[in-house]
Design a protein around this ligand. Structure first.
Ligand code: KG4
Ligand code: ZN
Length: 351
């Protein structure tokens, strides 16, 4: 598909995009038109990887191969559309597991070539941010808190393709800390949702450090908090004491998430922006959602958090970002597109 045809598609008000996501352990396909999700199909591999305590890359790619065509057909059927109704195909090309990404990229390339329609390459993290555009009227500029398995970032989204970094984690990502703490507590994979669930039954009775809370910058740190939990568990073990897991989950969650809430509000004050969006898997957390809602309401900030289904990995968010790219005349890829496992979010000047 040449550039000219791609440019012609930009004039179409709500192009119909088939989006594919396979960066980690969810195989997903969606049909998105503008900001509307016409359908979303997700085949989760959680049960498959649970017995290993985490995602096994080789197992993930094999299962993506098995599922990708089925989820696509399911998404098309749900949207009441056929392949020939599609205007473009979008796919996550990074960051993620190399073999897993390659399955989606190869599948999307094949569909685009067979139908002779544009292929749009999408950065997974930008997809998480774009989940906030689905069924909403959010437009830049806004402050965005990105909290996933690999990112803990506060940024100013000045335009759809223009991000300014405000703060980031100096060590582990928030989601990574959730997963590691859950593992230490013997909770099943994935740890984040397990801690969220268990914390609701407990009280935040353990004193844990709130890392970088006193700092005036907007950076985060999670390795100290993780170590504090590990030390607490070791001490209890040595003393032969039983630790109340629900209380420890509630304490960890408050320590990990209160800082995110405070610094997000601080970012809004500093930038003077009155819109805050939240992106990434950790934004599915019930404590974070509840506390951000309360803090935003108090500060007169309009809060955007996608429904939980659009917070964790899904193809609808990839379709949303592809729509933004297409509108800007960006993202057109060809048969040379390949996976970029270490793709990093790029920030604009004046960061
Ligand atoms: O955005 P995501 O689905 O994948 C990446 O792009 O990294 O985020 C996955 C992370 C995992 O660390 C997972 O434990 C965490 O999001 N997560 C949660 C919750 N749901 C997913 N963390 C806390 N509470 C949750 N409810
Ligand atoms: Zn993700």
């Amino acid at each position: 598909m040449d550039r000219q045809a791609f440019e012609a598609l930009r004039a179409k008000p709500e192009p119909v995009i088939l989006a594919i996501e396979s960066s980690c352990d969810e195989t997903s396909a969606a049909v998105v038109a503008g900001r509307t999700v016409k359908s979303l199909a997700i085949s989760s591999q959680i049960e498959i990887h649970r017995r290993f305590g985490g995602v096994v890359p080789e197992v993930a790619s094999r299962n993506h191969t098995l599922a990708v065509n089925d989820v696509t057909e399911q998404a098309l059927k749900e949207a009441n559309l056929g392949f020939f109704d599609l205007d473009a195909v979008a796919v996550t090309y990074g960051a993620g597991l190399a073999g897993a990404l390659l399955v989606g990229v190869t599948y999307a390339k094949t569909v685009a070539m067979a139908l002779d329609i544009p292929l749009i390459a999408v950065d997974h993290i930008k997809g998480h941010v774009a989940a906030n555009y689905l069924h909403s009227d959010l437009t830049p500029p806004f402050v965005c808190l990105i909290v996933s398995g690999g990112h803990t970032v506060l940024c100013e989204v000045r335009d759809y393709d223009d991000f300014r970094l405000l703060g980031t984690t100096l060590d582990d990502a928030a989601g990574e800390a959730f997963d590691k703490v859950a593992r230490c507590l013997g909770l099943p994979y994935p740890g984040g949702p397990e801690i969220d669930r268990l914390a609701r039954e407990g009280k935040p009775s353990f004193a844990l450090p709130r890392m970088l809370k006193q700092e005036h910058d907007l950076n985060f740190s999670y390795s100290g908090l993780k170590t504090a939990v590990i030390n607490l568990l070791h001490t209890a073990q040595q003393r032969g004491e039983e630790v109340n897991k629900a209380d420890l989950c509630a304490s960890f969650q408050a320590a990990a998430l209160d800082v995110l809430v405070e610094k997000s509000m601080q970012a809004c004050r500093r930038t003077g922006l009155k819109k805050l969006a939240v992106a990434g898997g950790v934004s599915a957390n019930s404590y974070l959602r509840e506390h951000l809602r309360a803090a935003a309401a108090k500060a007169g900030v309009r809060l955007f958090i996608p429904p939980a289904l659009y917070c964790t990995d899904n193809a609808a968010m990839i379709g949303a970002e592809a729509g933004c790219l297409l509108a800007k005349g960006q993202g057109l890829a060809d048969e040379t597109l390949t996976a970029q496992p270490s793709l990093r979010l790029r920030f604009g000047e004046n960061t």
